[in-house]
Design a protein around this ligand. Structure first.
Ligand code: THU
Length: 160
């Protein structure tokens, strides 16, 4: 007999004032770095900021290429930089924001599949969940406790 298996997804939607100061700082860094996006093909400017265990914040924007698949998302760039330059420090939080060129309001955004798998890898590497903050167009912020909700039934065990 077949079995139906349900996966539940739990995350929070918070007003700006409900974020703690450190989260607000991280969001502000992501907002600021989105201004450096090189996105002449999509005009979609993304900023991602991560906080390391040391408290230090790193950030990156998306960097596109005329050969489209060569372009890299903001999240993967900043996580790659963190891994290369701070190999001993885990990542505790990542903030993600996006804005269309020339617009004032924030655009809806959600990390792509490759970036979700990358966030998963950093969680595996340091054996701790990463808090994921995503800017909503209405000003609220989504908070996910770890990648599991965004990437259920993920590939995370070579020996299962
Ligand atoms: N992009 C990111 O950098 N992060 C996301 O979470 C969503 C998409 C980039 C990739 C591409 O440069 C542009 O946004 C449009 O997809």
């Amino acid at each position: 007999m077949s079995k139906k298996i349900k996966i539940e997804a739990e995350f929070e939607e918070l007003a700006w004032e409900e974020l703690n100061i450190k989260e607000q700082q991280l969001m502000m860094r992501a907002r600021k770095v989105s201004e450096s996006a090189y996105a002449p093909y999509s005009n979609f400017h993304v900023g991602a900021a991560v906080r390391l265990e040391s408290g230090e914040i790193l950030q990156s924007s998306n960097q596109e290429n005329i050969s489209f698949p060569v372009g890299v998302c903001a999240e993967r760039l900043v996580l790659g930089y963190a891994g290369a330059n701070f190999p001993d420090l885990g990542v505790t939080e990542i903030a993600i924001v996006a804005r269309r060129k020339g617009e004032e309001i924030w655009a809806g955004v959600s990390p792509c599949g490759l970036c979700r798998q990358t966030i998963n890898e950093v969680e595996i590497r340091f054996n701790q969940p990463i808090s994921i903050l995503i800017q909503n167009p209405d000003g609220t912020v989504l908070r996910f406790h770890g990648i599991q909700t965004l990437l259920p039934f993920k590939f995370d065990n070579l020996n299962a």
